[in-house]
Design a protein around this ligand. Structure first.
Ligand code: WTA
Length: 647
């Protein structure tokens, strides 16, 4: 099979869904997709209200959409509670005692939590939050390992109308502090630690460090996970199990407006300060519910596993909200993919009988490198559908995923979306869409995606341009928390009333979208978004550094690697020692994911006459050395020559 496919040019490899898959899929042919898509674009309100009606509304909306660009309100006048929809809605039927979460800790222990049990825990914890003085609209930071309690904490916040802001467990104390300050959080939910590659990540200690510099947080609730030693501050800190001791299991879901804020999630942009992306309730639930249903074609007997962390949007939409809204069984794994070795994922799939597996290209490339013998030693025949997210998947990785993991029979859904979009925007429907390795294919129902040129004209087939969404959609971000101006400027300034994603893309002659990469100063390192300015500002915060410019370079496993060009202050010696110091400094300021792979010292950075660093030139130097293109605006030609020499 491999041979037959590989003898074609990349663009010609078309992989159609198998007849068997299509037969039982919700959308079973391209013609059916096209028909519904066309109708959904002609009347998005009709499509989305049909989807929304499948959820439980405490009060029905009076208007589907109120659109005052760039501000949208969905299901205006409606009342809805996210946790009630994820939990209570399933308790009156056969799903009541079905597994909601199957969890595996890194050391190997497992837990299964049914919908009834999850409901009980969420109600109790919601009451515990109330007992700690947390109220509707309060912002609560969740900084936890990948344990069921992370989902319980999110759903408990949603139950009482508190706004959660999950901070990825790999972020540093400084990153926690920034998010506390920006969101005005009054409470943090954390754990003593979490397991990662056999070591304990000291989560509580990081929180303590962050809170030395902030007085906003009044309560810290600490889950006992690793039993590592922690200090508890009197009056501020309380153990999770203590807070739960006297909490009642009776907690009616709060009546919340459809536009009530559900969460804030911080993501990198092209300036130094991360953006607090605000998502609200009714529209977000509708988008995640509907996309999970159609794109993963999820069924009651599926065991669905998304390998993301709850600290990222993928964890929010496709570990917690989307799957639970659909009453699915979700597998959740705490640790690293290579602990104790790179067979861990295949072992988990085999032992738990995983049927749907959703992961990132960077992981797939690492698995390829680790060797085929690892998946080959495991029975992966339970799998029926595969997914990919976070960055473009290169055709080689796609084919390997298809054959070695999917046994040549599982469709792959390559899903394009963003923290800002809340839900998947472009993706194949597994029983309907013929795919080509490397393309996210076609837009989801109701999503008016297009590629525009600089003048706002739609690009012709195979012409590169900017990826935009021309109509509002329910799970769209509502604003950047506390910064409407930045919200407008970042996403809505290029074309009037049209959302600009910041990605470059093209459509082929079949209408498939091929994502090329970011157009702004955002890097995609192992599927994680990092702003070059964020890393630069971390570098210059070190006393030895005068200036820094950060660029990405192609990396076989991570997609992009981080390269920093720095100039040191007068009298500072540079060398291997300073490189280590700087790498650790960035790790402390942002988190280990932002550590530069390469730090190069320069006497000066290439700048335009107006003083702007010419990153394009630095990128070219990193990618191969030769500088091409226009350098006429360069202030000092000597700089390029010296940078090339230091290469
Ligand atoms: C990139 C992650 C190509 C893209 C859900 C986007 C992708 C950014 C894909 C958002 C994909 C995500 N194909 N590129 N299937 N999925 N991206 O906010 O550049 O962490 O703008 O959301 O990742 O990253 P974020």
């Amino acid at each position: 099979m491999t041979k037959k496919i590989e003898s074609h040019l990349t663009e010609d490899r078309v992989i159609k869904p198998t007849k068997e898959f299509s037969k039982s899929a919700r959308i079973s042919s391209l013609a059916q997709y096209k028909k519904i898509y066309k109708e959904s674009i002609q009347s998005p309100s009709k499509f989305w209200s049909k989807e929304a009606k499948e959820l439980h509304w405490q009060k029905k909306w009076s208007k589907v959409l109120q659109w005052t660009p760039p501000f949208a309100k969905w299901f205006v006048g409606g009342k809805i509670n996210a946790s009630e929809n994820c939990l209570d809605r399933h308790l009156n039927g056969p799903r009541k005692n079905k597994a909601a979460i199957i969890w595996e800790g890194e050391p190997g222990e497992t837990r299964t939590i049914t919908y009834a049990q999850l409901h009980r825990e969420v109600c109790k914890f919601a009451n515990a939050l109330k007992n700690q003085g947390i109220k509707k609209r309060d912002r609560v930071i969740i900084y936890m390992p990948m344990v069921p309690e992370a989902a319980i904490a999110m759903l408990a916040c949603a139950r009482i109308g508190a706004v959660h802001s999950v901070v990825f467990g790999g972020f540093s104390a400084t990153s926690i502090l920034d998010r506390v300050e920006d969101s005005g959080a009054s409470a943090i939910i954390t754990a003593d630690g979490g397991w990662r590659r056999g070591k304990v990540v000291p989560l509580k200690a990081n929180v303590d460090e962050a809170l030395k510099k902030s007085k906003l947080v009044k309560k810290v609730i600490v889950l006992e996970r690793c039993k590592n030693e922690v200090k508890m501050k009197r009056g501020r800190d309380i153990w999770w199990h203590k807070a739960m001791e006297n909490a009642s299991t009776d907690c009616p879901p709060a009546q919340l407006d459809s536009e009530h804020p559900l969460y804030i999630l911080y993501t990198s942009g092209s300036t130094g300060k991360p953006k607090g992306i605000l998502h609200t309730t009714g529209g977000y639930l509708t988008g995640t519910y509907s996309t999970t249903k159609y794109i993963f074609d999820i069924r009651d007997d599926d065991i669905y596993w998304c390998t993301a962390d709850v600290g990222w949007v993928t964890g929010h939409s496709y570990i917690v909200y989307g799957p639970l809204l659909n009453g699915a069984t979700c597998l959740m794994y705490e640790g690293a993919p290579n602990f104790p070795d790179f067979a861990r994922f295949w072992d988990i799939i085999e032992r738990h009988g995983v049927t749907i597996f959703y992961t990132a290209p960077t992981a797939i490339r690492a698995f390829i490198k680790a060797g085929d013998h690892l998946p080959e030693a495991h029975d992966l025949s339970s799998l029926r559908l595969l997914g990919s997210v976070g960055e473009p998947i290169n055709p080689e990785a796609w084919m390997w995923y298809h054959e070695k993991i999917g046994g040549g029979k599982c469709p792959i859904v390559d899903t394009w979306w963003q923290t800002e979009t809340g839900a998947i925007m472009i993706s194949p429907l597994p029983g309907a869409t013929p795919t080509k390795p490397g393309t996210a294919t076609l837009p989801f129902f109701g999503i008016d995606a297009a590629i525009l040129d600089e003048t706002g004209k739609e690009c012709k087939a195979n012409e590169g341009g900017r990826l935009v969404i021309r109509k509002p959609w329910p799970s769209m971000l509502r604003t950047i928390y506390g910064d409407k101006r930045r919200f407008k400027k970042t996403y809505w300034d290029d074309y009037e009333g049209i959302y600009t994603a910041g990605d470059g893309a093209r459509r082929d002659s079949d209408g498939n979208f091929w994502i090329v990469g970011r157009l702004d100063d955002v890097l995609n390192v192992s599927g994680h978004r990092l702003g070059t300015a964020e890393v630069e500002s971390a570098l210059v915060s070190h006393p030895s550094i005068a200036e820094a410019a950060v660029v990405g370079r192609p990396d076989e496993i991570k997609g992009q690697g981080v390269v920093a060009f720095v100039t040191v202050k007068e009298g500072i010696k540079h060398g291997a020692k300073l490189v280590t110091t700087l790498r650790n400094h960035v790790s402390k300021e942002i988190g280990p994911i932002a550590k530069p792979d390469d730090i190069r010292f320069a006497n000066a950075l290439p700048k335009t006459r107006s003083g702007k660093i010419m990153r394009r030139l630095l990128k070219e130097i990193c990618a191969g050395g030769e500088v091409s293109g226009d350098t006429t605006t360069l202030e000092d030609f000597q700089v390029i020559a010296s940078l090339q020499k230091s290469n």
